[in-house]
Design a protein around this ligand. Structure first.
Ligand code: SAM
Length: 290
């Protein structure tokens, strides 16, 4: 396991993933009944951007850095509000000073949930799992596990609250990740058919992504929305050109929020020719933006 998220914290892919994560949680809070969030590949929770690893790549400059430097139109500001609220809360100077820390998915979830909601965070890298354990020490609303994420997924579903969100955010460092995602998606939906399941995927080679989308659609799970953001054209031998999210049982408000947010992000975070976005229903509903 070589992947360490500190090198990438706050990059363009985190912006899309975390903005959507915050929107899904905001929607879950519309009902009074408690929910559970399960984060199978959690990272360390909070990233100190002054650390050498983060400084080395500086990826957040072209991600959250560009978003914070902008004054988006009111509709976009409203969509980004739950996410940016957490980013600001983690920085001493609030919205005015330079960015010092970037919240990962566990901290975003923890800050947005209510006293009776619960969070389970799982991380397989021993050092990162230890950091996560220290971060949530004595926090009774959070359970930290250090298992293989795909194993954890099966053992944790369905949650006893029968409402909630599963976030699956694998590192894409080994071949076969798309296959594991399709299998994980099938297993998660079988155990928790009413839950919202959000899966992140890397876009490097467009052909591999299209095959994956077809296989995910063939599972015939009702209501699967896919949202992709490309910062440049994918090249088969290139690095990360974009990222996508598959969202099973998305909140009914999410499609229209993403239809507004994705073009804004593509314009703001684009790095060259081929930047763009794509929002489609893999199964269920209608095609929004073919
Ligand atoms: N979800 C985090 C966030 O949004 O802040 C970022 C997670 S990062 C993309 C992926 C994480 O998965 C890494 O911290 C890595 O150590 C961890 N990981 C790798 N293989 C794993 C496995 N089999 N099970 C659980 N975690 C794993």
């Amino acid at each position: 396991m070589n992947y360490r998220h500190i090198y990438h914290a706050g990059n363009f892919a985190d912006v899309l993933k975390h903005a959507v994560l915050a929107l899904v949680i905001a929607h879950l809070k519309r009902k009074d009944t408690p929910f559970r969030i399960i984060d199978t590949h959690a990272g360390i929770g909070l990233y100190d951007l002054s650390r050498e690893e983060a400084q080395k790549t500086g990826e957040w400059h072209d991600g959250i850095g560009r978003i914070l430097a902008d004054s988006p139109p009111p509709e976009i500001a409203e969509i980004l509000a739950p996410y940016l609220e957490v980013v600001h809360a983690e920085n001493v100077a609030g919205s005015h000073g330079p960015l010092q820390r970037y919240p990962g998915s566990p901290v975003i979830a923890r800050r947005l949930m209510r006293p009776d909601d619960r969070l389970v965070v799982n991380e397989a890298h021993p050092a990162d799992a230890a950091a996560l354990t220290a971060l949530f020490a004595k926090d009774r609303a959070v359970k930290v596990l250090a298992l293989d994420g795909w194993t954890a997924l099966k053992s944790l579903l369905p949650p006893k609250e029968r409402r909630g969100l599963v976030l699956i955010d694998p590192p894409f460092e080994e071949p076969g990740e798309f296959r594991r995602i399709v299998e994980g998606l099938a297993a998660a939906h079988r155990r928790f058919a009413t839950g919202t399941i959000m899966i992140w995927y890397a876009i490097k080679d467009d052909r591999a992504v299209r095959t994956f989308a077809r296989e995910a659609a063939e599972l015939a799970i009702p209501k699967v929305l896919s949202a992709e953001l490309l910062v440049r054209a994918p090249l088969s031998a290139g690095g990360l050109a974009g990222s996508g999210l598959i969202i099973v049982n998305p909140p009914f408000t999410l499609e229209s929020q993403l239809a507004a947010l994705l073009p804004y992000l593509a314009e703001r975070l684009g790095q060259g020719k081929g930047a763009g976005d794509r929002l489609i229903w893999l199964t269920g509903e209608r095609v929004t933006n073919p």
